[in-house]
Structure formats: structure tokens, C-alpha cells
Design a protein around this ligand. Sequence first.
Ligand code: 5GP
Length: 218
Amino acid sequence: MSDIIKFFETFEFNISKKGHIFVISGFSGVGKGTIINRILQNNPNIYFSISYTTRQKRPTEIHGKDYFFISKEEFKEKILNDDFLEWAIVNEEFYGTSKTQVLEKIENKIDVILDIDVKGAIQVKSKLPNFTTLIYIIPPTGLELLNRLKNRKTETEEQILKRITTSLTEINYINAYDYIVINDDLEECIKQVQIIIETQKLSSKVSTLYISKRILKE
Ligand code: 5GP
């Protein structure tokens, strides 16, 4: 047997990966929350990053589960302490992602989902390009989105107008996203997001290949 073949026989290939960040953004009322909850149910090993916000808690929300609700003063102090991986003002309120929460998870090979807006998504992608995949969820039509927003009855007419205006400005940034998924049929949309997550985790961009010498048994 040639020496090359003998040498090759001793090779062992291993792939090491850190955790990956999946950013899921979308127009307000598009069904992101439902999609994320289903993805988390189907993938118990994925961690959902709980954001900090200065906006008012809605009656159904729980501090520490949906958000950490803090004052503007506390938020500004966190900015000064460099506590955020990203932060942005959305609908006139501050929202931010804890840097330690996310970095600790990806170092420990745990995937993370972030539900954040386009400004935040672009910051995360520029800081951690190889570890971040941006997914944007859009509704099939404007009318459908308006109906969903009205039916959930959590916002006033004025708040709905504010959210639609925000959605319209977000359209300009959608091209920065890696994937755009239409939430026409919820089950199909969840399936597509799941496929994106699984495909991304197989990407060679996020893997480090180790070649070691296998101890051959006699
Ligand atoms: P809501 O107030 O309806 O929960 O969220 C409003 C918007 O803020 C959504 O588009 C949501 O994705 C975004 N958001 C939530 N948390 C964060 C965050 O930590 N950072 C940024 N940049 N946006 C966030």
C-alpha cells in the first residue's frame, strides 16, 4: 500500500461549531410571536433571548419572560455600561438585547433566537456576521395585516397607525436579510423557518474542521 494511502487511513475528521443566532423580524402583527413559540417548542435546545424594553407591559405579559421591563434611566445606564449587543428605538421606545446573555450561549454551542427589529438585526449581523442569520416574515397583503392588528385588540387606532408607519420604513431594509418568508399559511411558514434553521446549522461557514490522527487498532 502506498504511503499516502496509509497516511490517509489515519485521518479522523471532526467538526466543531459554536451556537448560531437566528434573528426573526417582521411587521408588527405578522405572527412572529406564534412562529417563534412553535419553533421553540419544536427545538427545545434553542434559547430565546429576552430583550430589555422601556415600553409599558401589556396585561398578558410577564416581566422576565416576555421582556425585562425597565425605566428609560435604567436603559440609558445599560447603554453606558456597554451591556447591549444591539439596541434601537422602536415606536418611540427603547429595546435592547443583552450582550452577555447571547455571547455566553453561542460560546456554549447553544443556538439563540432574537425577535428584534431591522435596526437591531443589522447591528448583530455586522458584529457577528458568521454566526448570524437574518429571517424576515412578511404578510401576504397589507389588508390581512391590518385585520390581524385590529383583531388582536392590543393597540389603539393611533398605535396601529404608528406600527404600520414603522413597517413601511422597514421595507427599505429587508434586502439586508438572508431569508424572507411569507406568512400566508402559518404551518407552511413555520416549516420554512425550520428548514432555514436546519440548513444554516449545516453550513460550512459556521464550522471549524479539525483533522486529527486516529489511533489505528491492530
Ligand atoms: P413589541 O413592542 O410589539 O413587543 O415589539 C416591537 C418591535 O420591537 C418588534 O419589531 C420587535 O421585534 C422589536 N424588538 C423587541 N425586542 C427588541 C430588541 O431587543 N432590540 C431591537 N432592536 N428590537 C426589538
